[in-house]
Design a protein around this ligand. Structure first.
Ligand SMILES: [Fe+2]
Length: 211
């Protein structure tokens, strides 16, 4: 639960950094409480994102930035109309437009918080795709910040392995197959390769660590 994440932060962080982290955790908890259907999603995406960052060999500072971005990636959903988020059917163009606003709103919320500008940028681009077909700016390849490419893989993975109103849960190996199928178009090839190697090495038991 969030309390265990908080305990880890209390042990390892300086006061200024700590208050920032507590603010982020509080925001993430608010979002998860608001949406019972995806409860824990923000926390798991934070955990998976940090794990991928570590496996890519990024610095501890970058790992911690990416973890905070994972915790906050969907914070903008607090500000969008809720109906499209819970709709089991295909969204209309207008509903899709409303739902996509969450990345802009998330950016606008976070960029106001001192020292979180880097995280705001990662959140803004977490639905971009490698082939340029994502949103909000249609960035492609290396134009997309590395942290956002990591969030995209972690977010999609968790969405697949936890049940959603519009689709049943898939197994971890099946979810990895889907990430690999969309590698290079939707997802960064190297990130999927590293995450896949970790999952296989762990015998697909990642969920125990993150839940
Ligand atoms: Fe999102």
């Amino acid at each position: 639960m969030l309390s265990s994440v908080l305990e880890e932060l209390l042990r390892n962080q300086r006061p200024a950094k700590l208050s920032q982290s507590i603010l982020v955790l509080t925001l993430a908890a608010l979002l998860d409480m608001q949406d019972q259907l995806t409860s824990g999603h923000s926390r798991r995406v934070g955990t998976y994102s940090a794990l991928i960052a570590r496996e890519l060999g990024l610095s501890e500072k970058d790992q911690s930035t990416i973890k905070l971005a994972g915790l906050l990636h969907d914070i903008g959903k607090i500000g969008v109309r809720k109906a499209p988020l819970y709709k089991p059917d295909k969204l209309s163009d207008e509903e899709m437009h409303e739902m996509k606003r969450h990345v802009i709103l998330g950016y606008e919320i976070i960029v106001e918080v001192p020292h979180l500008a880097d995280i705001a940028c990662l959140v803004l681009h977490h639905h971009e795709r490698m082939d340029g077909s994502g949103y909000p700016h249609g960035l492609s390849g290396d134009e997309i910040p590395l942290g956002s490419r990591i969030l995209c893989v972690a977010d999609s993975f968790d969405a697949m392995v936890t049940s959603r109103i519009y689709r049943p849960t898939v197994s971890v190996p099946k979810a990895l197959e889907e990430l690999e199928r969309c590698s290079g178009t939707q997802f960064d090839i190297e990130i999927v390769r590293v995450f896949g190697a970790y999952l296989r090495n762990e015998g697909f038991h990642l969920l125990g660590e993150a839940l």
